[in-house]
Structure formats: structure tokens, C-alpha cells
Design a protein around this ligand. Structure first.
Ligand code: SAH
Length: 460
């Protein structure tokens, strides 16, 4: 097979103009139609680039000199921005980030969904797009005998020590620092990934935005945690607001952070938080949105799109701990939620009771693409069907059932515009019309964008 000739060569220096921005924050320039991806470059910028890698159909480069900078370019405020893999858009003004995300949604809907005319609203951003994350989970390592905790350097597992992450709630930084110091004082060894030895793997902190309640999770390789009693006592004494200290045991050689077993060391197994009027119990392993302010905006949009009057039957697919289900249950006759993780469904049921909504809700464990077809066979019909799938989008079997069930409205909450566009196309071909798409910025300073979309049946 003959290799298509690329118009650039590795190590070549070339002047380019950037046209686009990927959702990972790389600038895209075309050289005779051949796309070059360059980290940190912005649309409209003229720059000298060194070609670093050439592949079939596209290549990569590194910025050498910017001749004309974009008006959206700003100095990234985080001192470790270029080392850490967490954020990808700190070099873009917040206004510029929102513009880029809106364009990305539009482009993908047009290209993948063949939906160039669907109204896409401007992205709803945050007033203060910093200090928003309610959960921190940091790997622990050792340097000169002392514990360090921070983040993995980009594309590696080298841990960089860090005192402050500016997209985290300050409380989480305080918790991580304090726990690190206490564990250090009591001689806890950090987990060593290569040797699969040592004790402390990760420290996780989660704070309830509305309640201020704090959970500390010590993720360890072994069940044994030397000086456990003293460590727990000190954490409880030193951290204001702490309501739960747990140990999660992860004995495996794996990149997955949490293991199967969780022990309560002090206080409760859960912390509480509220979104709008709904109260949630959150355990160490529960999926809970990381940006609470914007979650309220997103769920508020889902509720608005559902347009409930109190008479409707609703299905919430991929319901997690029942967050959207309970939000919708406030205004619906009945909500059925389905989710694949059994513990999440336990939480969902408990959360329904916590809010006095157990009569109006029913939760099932299983795959949405299996449970909802079974409900359909039993004769259950939803007036409104809400989906909030993971990045890979909805399973085709679920979309097929939606098309058969014919709910009047489908509310599609998505964290990946590409799979959203793919699924909207299928629903459109099955008799739905996408009325509008509202992107919400749940993850400022990163390339991610969440969308809430409203579809209605096209039947005349
Ligand atoms: N709506 C919730 C959770 C959304 S995240 C919230 O906003 O908090 C997506 C959820 O889908 C996760 O909880 C994940 O466990 C679940 N999930 C993944 N694949 C699934 C499947 N095939 N069927 C049902 N749930 C699934």
C-alpha cells in the first residue's frame, strides 16, 4: 500500500495560521489541507511551528514563536499548568473558552448529526470559573523520605507535589494538605506503583457545596493502616466540617483509584449535600457531579425541558444516585430510574426516602438498554424520557425502544457532543425533532462541555 505523501516532514519548521481548536485544547492548522495539531495554539493565531510527528492523514507540532496572538490568549494563572494534565484551556480567556465550546457543539451537530440548523444556545458559563470542584483525588508518593501528593505529570505517572489546585474548592486543598501532613507525621508509606509495595495510594476529599460537610477517603493497598487510631483522631480534630472518614482498600495493580472494600473509620458512611431543594447522601464510591453550582443549572434545564405538570410518567435512564430522577419527581406523577451500578441504586432509593419521594419513584439495577425494553414489554409508557449516558452515548437498543415507546419528549443530557450528535441523528430518523440544545459549562478551564437537549415527536 503506498503511503499518502504528507506535505510536511518531521523536524521541519513551518509558518501556519490556526483555524480551529480541538476539545482537548490543541490548535488546528491546515498545511495544503493536511491538519497539524499544536498544543496551546489558538484559532486566528499566526505562528512558527516545529513538526514533531507525522502520521497518515495528520500530524503534530510544537509552538516555536507566535507572530500574532489571539485576543483570547491569556497568561495561565496556575503555576503548574504546563506540567499537569488536568486543565487544557487556562491559556484561553473564559469568554474565549465559552465561544470555542459553543462552536464545537455546533460543528459536531452539523458534521456528525447532519443537524446544521438545530438552535444551539450560548454556553451557560460560571460567574467565577475557578474553585468549583467538590472532589479531589490525588495520588500519593514519596520524596526524600516525606510524603508528597499532587498530580501525575502529563503522560506519565511521576507525581508532582502540589499545595493548591485553583479549580478545586479551597476546602479540598486544605483537607489534602492536612491529611498529607498527618500521615507523614505517623510514618505512613506511600504506595509504590512499580514495586506494588507501601500503603497509601490516594487521598480523596469531597465537600458538600451547600452543607460544608467533608468526607476524607484514605485509599490504601493493605487493610492494615499503621497508627490508624491516631491518624483518624487528628483528622477529625484538625479538619472543620469533617463528617466522614473512610478507608478504601485497593489491593490490585491498577489505575482504577477505588477498590471494592470501604471501611468507615470515623463518623458516617456518607456526607449530605443539596442541589436545589433535593438532599443527597453521597458515599465514597457514588458518582456525584463535581461542579455543584452548574449541576443545578443543568438539572434546572432538564426540568424546564421536561415541562412537567404533575400528570406525567417519566423514565430517567443512566440515573446514577437518582439526581435527575428526584429533581423531576418533584413535578411528575411517577419517575422510573435505571442504572447499572447496584450501589448507586441503593443510594437512589435512600435519597428518594430522604426527600419523601419514595412513593413517586421506582429504581431498577441493570442496563438501560435491557431494563427499558423490558418495561416497554410490561406496558410501561413514559410521557417524558430522560437520558444521561456516559461518554459513549446511548446503546442502539435503547434508542430503538425510545422510538417504539414514543414518549412525547426526550430530554438528552450529554457529556460528549459527538455521541450526542450521533444519537440525535438516530432519534430524528425515528420521528423526533431536536428543538434546542443548551450547552452548560460544567468544567471550566478544560475542553469538556455538557449539553441538555430537548426533542419532541414529529407526529402531526
Ligand atoms: N444522571 C446521573 C448520572 C450520570 S453519569 C447524574 O447526573 O448524577 C452516567 C451513569 O450511567 C453512571 O452512573 C453509570 O454508572 C451509568 N451507566 C453506564 N452504562 C450504563 C448502562 N448501560 N445502563 C445504565 N446505566 C449505565
Amino acid at each position: 500500500m503506498s503511503k499518502q505523501q504528507a506535505p510536511v516532514e518531521k523536524n521541519e519548521f513551518i509558518d501556519v495560521v490556526f483555524e480551529d481548536l480541538t476539545h482537548e485544547g490543541a490548535g488546528v492548522a491546515k498545511v495544503e489541507g493536511f491538519p497539524l495539531f499544536v498544543a496551546q495554539a489558538l484559532p486566528g493565531e499566526k505562528a512558527k511551528v516545529k513538526v514533531t510527528k507525522v502520521q497518515k492523514g495528520y500530524g503534530f507540532g510544537r509552538l516555536v514563536e507566535i507572530y500574532e496572538a489571539s485576543p483570547d490568549r491569556v497568561a495561565p494563572p496556575c503555576p503548574v499548568y504546563h506540567l499537569c494534565g488536568g486543565c487544557s484551556l487556562q491559556h484561553v480567556s473564559y469568554e474565549g473558552q465559552l465561544k470555542a465550546k459553543e462552536k464545537h457543539v455546533r460543528d459536531v451537530l452539523a458534521r456528525i448529526g447532519k443537524l446544521p440548523d438545530v438552535p444551539v444556545h450560548p454556553v451557560i458559563g460560571m460567574k467565577d470559573p475557578w474553585k468549583y470542584r467538590n472532589k479531589a483525588q490525588v495520588p500519593v508518593g514519596e520524596r526524600e523520605g516525606g510524603l508528597i501528593a499532587g498530580f501525575y505529570q502529563k503522560r506519565s505517572h511521576d507525581i508532582i507535589n502540589m499545595d493548591r489546585c485553583i479549580i478545586q474548592k479551597e476546602k479540598n486543598d486544605e483537607v489534602i494538605q492536612t491529611v498529607k501532613e498527618i500521615c507523614n507525621e505517623y510514618g505512613i508509606q506511600a504506595y509504590n506503583e512499580q514495586k506494588h509495595k507501601g500503603t497509601l495510594r490516594h487521598i480523596m476529599a469531597r465537600v458538600g457545596h451547600a452543607t460544608g460537610e467533608v468526607m476524607v477517603v484514605l485509599v490504601t493497598r493493605t487493610k492494615d493502616l499503621p497508627n490508624r487510631k491516631q491518624i483518624v483522631r487528628e483528622i477529625a480534630d484538625k479538619i472543620d466540617g469533617v463528617k466522614s472518614i473512610v478507608q478504601n482498600i485497593n489491593e490490585k495493580r491498577t489505575n482504577v483509584i477505588l477498590g471494592d472494600e470501604t471501611l468507615v473509620l470515623w463518623g458516617r458512611e456518607v456526607i449530605y449535600d443539596t442541589i436545589g431543594k433535593i438532599k443527597f447522601a453521597i458515599s465514597a464510591k457514588s458518582f456525584y457531579q463535581v461542579n455543584p453550582e452548574q449541576t443545578e443549572v443543568l438539572y434546572g434545564k432538564a426540568l424546564e425541558y421536561a415541562g412537567l405538570t404533575g400528570e406525567e410518567t417519566v423514565i430517567d435512564a443512566y440515573c446514577g444516585i437518582g439526581t435527575i430522577s428526584l429533581f423531576l419527581a418533584q413535578k411528575a406523577k411517577k419517575v422510573y430510574g435505571v442504572e447499572i451500578v447496584p450501589e448507586a441504586i441503593e443510594d437512589a432509593k435512600a435519597n428518594a426516602e430522604l426527600n419523601g419521594l419514595q412513593e413517586k419513584t421506582e429504581f431498577a439495577v441493570g442496563k438501560a438498554e435491557e431494563v427499558i425494553p423490558a418495561w416497554y414489554e410490561e406496558g410501561i409508557r413514559a410521557d417524558v424520557l430522560c437520558v444521561d449516558p456516559p461518554r459513549k452515548g446511548c446503546d442502539p437498543a435503547l434508542l430503538e425502544t425510545i422510538i417504539k415507546m414514543k414518549p412525547k419528549k426526550v430530554v438528552y443530557v450529554s457529556c460528549d457532543p459527538a455521541t450526542l450528535a450521533r444519537d440525535l441523528r438516530i432519534l430524528e430518523d425515528g420521528g423526533y425533532k431536536t428543538l434546542e440544545v443548551q450547552p452548560v459549562d460544567m468544567f471550566p478551564q478544560t475542553g469538556h462541555v455538557e449539553c441538555c437537549s430537548l426533542l419532541v415527536r414529529n407526529d402531526k
